[in-house]
Design a protein around this ligand. Structure first.
Ligand SMILES: N[C@@H](CCC(=O)N[C@@H](CS)C(=O)NCC(=O)O)C(=O)O
Length: 220
């Protein structure tokens, strides 16, 4: 297999792919992009990811964008790792739900990132919107908090690619929602951070290239 190429922004959604690849023992060549410098809107990058988003993965002679699609593709083409749940599997439904629910959470984080981090003029930020969106984000975490009170992983049978879809997502949520109020998610994050595959992905992640506070408080 030629070395896959991962288009990546440190600390962003492409971490999901990086982590899954590391769990499969695959180390990609990493091409790092910056969200703020306009390079992700270059014709070169748009040819790989038409909306100018990461991740995009060059693998097996093709380029795939959308982290969930990449996750499913890797599981289907590399079944020997046992990280996916194929049609007919008893855990197929929770597996598919995780592929997409991670994005329900992810798009709320993206909206809050825009309000708090990427707006050129902070005065354009709306306290009303950030307050509502942080509440909506907390509401999406509740079902996971309950689930992780009864099992150690997203799927009851143990670690799977479903967990990697929450990589970046459940830690980034902590910038806008107090994770102290979600002790099962906090414990889960710590368990995942302890995995050798996760540690290896963190070592390859690279330095964050957008500024960030640990927590964003409305009205502060
Ligand atoms: N649903 C897509 C979302 C990808 C996405 O929005 N990625 C963000 C980084 S976390 C991005 O590339 N943002 C660049 C931009 O919005 O211009 C996926 O899961 O791959």
């Amino acid at each position: 297999m030629t070395t896959p190429v991962l288009h990546h922004v440190p600390g962003a959604r492409s971490f999901r792919t990086l982590w899954l690849l590391q769990e499969m023992g695959i180390t990609p060549e990493i091409v790092e992009w910056k969200i703020q410098d306009g390079s992700m809107r270059s014709p070169e990058f748009l040819a790989k990811s038409p909306a100018g988003r990461i991740p995009a993965l060059e693998i097996d002679g093709t380029v795939i964008y959308e982290s969930g699609a990449i996750c499913e593709y890797l599981c289907e083409t590399r079944p020997e790792h046992g990280l996916g749940r194929a049609p007919g599997d008893a855990e197929r439904v929770p597996f598919l739900e995780a592929m997409h629910y991670a994005e329900t959470i992810g798009h709320l984080i993206a909206g809050l990132n825009l309000q708090w981090i990427f707006l050129r003029n902070p005065e354009d930020r709306s306290d009303t919107v950030v307050k509502i969106e942080a509440k909506r984000l907390a509401a999406t975490l509740m079902p996971l908090e309950q689930l992780l009170g009864t099992q150690d992983h997203i799927l009851a049978s143990g670690f799977s690619a479903a967990d990697t879809m929450y990589g970046f997502t459940l830690t980034a949520a902590g910038k806008y929602v107090r994770l102290e109020n979600f002790p099962n998610i906090q414990a889960y994050n710590a368990r995942m951070a302890d995995r050798p595959g996760h540690k290896a992905a963190c070592a390859l992640d690279g330095e964050r290239n957008f500024p960030g506070k640990d927590f964003y408080e409305v009205g502060a």
